[in-house]
Ligand binder design. Structure first.
Ligand SMILES: [Zn+2]
Length: 126
């Protein structure tokens, strides 16, 4: 007699073939859906991480010293995706810096951007 096994979805004892992992079809479907959903979440996370890293490397490439003013179009042409950022920093003057990890930018008039390095004070709560 084989030792008793339990459904990995609900814990109910499994009867029948020894290679069964679920007690029933509903449990098998439920478990498969959980796996599918988790894969979707992971894909989404990877997609966003990739976009953020690309943004960061574009900012770094266009502003190796961490402070450069250039046309916003340069970022767009390089493939910068303005939808993805890691942090927002608002100065007392009301300027808003958008950051991708350790690089950031400020939108300037006339379709220009100022690229900056992240600074420790940008993490302080004001
Ligand atoms: Zn079950």
């Amino acid at each position: 007699m084989s030792h008793s096994r339990t459904c990995i979805q609900c814990g109910t004892a499994i009867v029948g073939r020894s290679d069964k992992r679920y007690c029933s079809d509903p449990c098998r479907h439920l478990a498969n859906n959980v796996i599918k959903q988790r894969n979707q979440h992971e894909r989404r996370i990877l997609q966003i991480n990739t976009a953020l890293r690309r943004n960061r490397s574009i900012l770094k490439r266009l502003s190796p010293q961490g402070k450069t003013t250039l046309p916003r179009q340069y970022l767009e042409l390089a493939g910068f995706d303005f939808r993805y950022l890691t942090q927002v920093y608002r100065t007392r003057k009301g300027n808003t810096y958008h950051l991708c990890y350790d690089y950031g930018y400020l939108l300037l008039p006339e379709e220009k951007v100022l690229i900056v390095n992240w600074q420790p004070y940008m993490d302080e709560h004001s």
